[in-house]
Design a binder for this molecule. Sequence first.
Ligand code: SAH
Ligand code: MG
Length: 206
Amino acid sequence: MNQDYLRNVNKPFEENIVRDLQKQAKAGKIPIISEEGIHFLIQMIQIHKAKKVLEIGTAIGYSSILMALFTNVKVTSIERNETLYKQAMTNVKTAKVEDLVELVLADANDVVINDLDYDIVFIDAAKSSYIRFFEKFSKNLKKGGIIISDNLLFRGMVAHPEKIESKNRRQLVKKINLYNEYIVNHPNFDSYIYAIGDGLSISIKK
Ligand code: SAH
Ligand code: MG
């Protein structure tokens, strides 16, 4: 399979901190971004010469820390779960990126972010709120800035909702599909959805 081949030919992360964070995520069953996804984000930051990223959904800080570590970008990341926020704080210190990564303990629905000069907004929190997050945080984005959204294919379920047994799951997947249609039809953004990782999109602010 292509994926197995690519996993072999591409170089894995060798840094201990990356391995350690991946282990933490696995142990706590935390859904961190795929390796393919984080490489895509990192290279997007590099190509776009981004200076500031706003992330919605920190979890243990894996994606924040890797973006900062490999590109020197400044990251503001919002997390509503206090336990995860604290774990992320510890991880940021261990990774020595506390000058680059600012963690905010808040619900993204309530928080007010004042800066209007973010180059990238990375949406990776509660999937049912993605449209609200997109509308809210697009105001913090520069013209020409990019919104990147994760999990738009939700482990294949968005493409095949008929296979889902759970009603709640079906509702969630329906919302993701609505979000996908919303971004590709948005008049103020050029969007495209890619089968990278668990489904990532790029939306460029016109
Ligand atoms: N970006 C991380 C993974 C985030 S997982 C990484 O790839 O490493 C999604 C996180 O979003 C969870 O920790 C969850 O607690 C948080 N979250 C969900 N809804 C939220 C909201 N409304 N406000 C803030 N955080 C939220
Ligand atoms: Mg995700």
